[in-house]
Design a protein around this ligand. Structure first.
Ligand code: PLP
Ligand code: COI
Length: 352
């Protein structure tokens, strides 16, 4: 397929103050459409709204998937992407679950590279910042019958970002939700399906109202085992081992999670992927066996957890401070992503 470039004249003012997360968007985006059984009309165009019929499938039945990855620019002007093909492979897995046709991973990776290079002046270079990349696919049949759409729009938008959490690398507080669930086995929770995030909002609002940043989700059947945080996977340092819940069919297989497991193993830090009960975590915090908790994700990077709220009580981890393993993971991961450290794992793709 050919990639067209559609030029536009208006250029947006670049943000000056704190970037926050996902508030600013660059001048251009990538778009292609699926119709008559094939993707086509691939183009980089000025960033602009879509005009869609009110009956459009995605508005009613949430047939939509998305991804999140980042581009990094260092002080020398070098630009790198982090495991971009893995994101498009996961996009296709998510698509399969909700009947969205796959994209050509090599083609979209190439289009993404061209888009990022055209928008390279938007990539921030301050420590902790990056250009967040959001590929999405939405179903665009204009009809109300419940069926897999025959038409789709795939688009990629770019957003210069800072830390996902308002207080940056300060440890976050997580609320253990025991009423609502995010995902169940056989559902869509282990895919990046838009509706998962709608299902998580009520728990998130409750956590915020109680003074926590996000929800620590438990399994849907027994409300006993920790799953993840809804925007990041979770690690517990228990008796010196880095333990993370096994991907048992309702947890998103995070690319950062996979990378951190590889990184920790390379540093001879023992790791375990297994069931982790909330009782084990609480006992571990109380006895001192759980010395660190951190989340991993593209937006969240490595987010230390300083506080867990469970059954009306607050449990503080490591005096509410970032731990040694979390710090090492953060420094090494961001060092590799920005090219400040070598990449022995072959994760980054240098594009400039
Ligand atoms: N879990 C959920 C539900 C997410 O949305 C994300 C973010 O993508 C993650 C975990 C972390 O995944 P990744 O490391 O691939 O960004
Ligand atoms: C990401 O980390 O890329 C995410 O998608 C998490 C969240 C912003 C939904």
């Amino acid at each position: 397929m050919e990639l067209k470039i559609v030029e536009g004249k208006e250029k947006k003012q670049k943000p000056t103050g704190a970037l926050g997360f996902g508030k600013y968007f660059t001048d251009r985006m990538f778009v292609m459409e699926y119709e008559n059984g094939a993707w086509g009309n691939a183009r980089i165009t000025p960033y602009a709204p879509f005009s869609l019929d009110p009956s459009t499938a995605v508005f009613h039945y949430a047939q939509a998937i998305f991804e999140g990855t980042k581009a990094y620019k260092n002080q020398n002007g070098e630009i790198r992407l982090f495991r971009p093909r893995d994101n498009f492979l996961r996009l296709n897995d998510s698509g399969d679950r909700v009947c969205i046709p796959p994209v050509d991973v090599d083609f979209v990776t190439d289009c993404l590279t061209k888009l990022v290079l055209m928008e390279k002046d938007w990539i921030p270079t301050e420590p902790g910042t990056a250009l967040y990349i959001r590929p999405s696919v939405i179903a665009t049949d204009a009809a109300l019958g419940v069926h897999a759409s025959k038409k789709y729009i795939f688009f990629i938008i770019l957003s210069p970002v800072g830390a996902y959490y308002a207080h940056g690398l300060e440890p976050v507080g997580l609320y253990v939700e025991q009423e609502y669930v995010r995902a169940s086995k056989g559902g869509t929770g282990h895919h990046k399906v838009a509706g998962n995030y709608a299902a998580s909002l009520k728990g998130g609002e409750k956590a915020n109202a109680l003074g926590y940043d996000q929800v620590m989700w438990l399994d849907a059947r027994e409300h006993k085992y920790v799953e993840e945080v809804g925007s990041m996977n979770i690690f517990f340092v228990l008796k010196g081992k880095a333990v993370t819940p096994a991907l048992a069919g309702s947890i998103l297989p995070g690319i950062t999670r996979r990378s951190i497991l590889e990184l920790l193993r390379s540093k001879n830090i023992p790791t375990e992927e297994r069931l982790v009960s909330i009782a084990e975590v609480i006992e571990g915090i109380e006895s001192g066996a759980c010395t660190e908790i951190f989340g991993t994700g593209t937006a969240a990077v490595i987010s230390p957890v300083g506080r867990v709220g469970y059954n009306g009580k607050d449990y503080v981890i490591n005096g509410g401070k970032m731990g040694e393993i979390s710090r090492m993971a953060y420094d090494t991961l961001t060092g590799i992503q920005t090219g400040v450290l070598p990449d022995p794992f072959g994760w980054v793709v240098r594009i400039a």
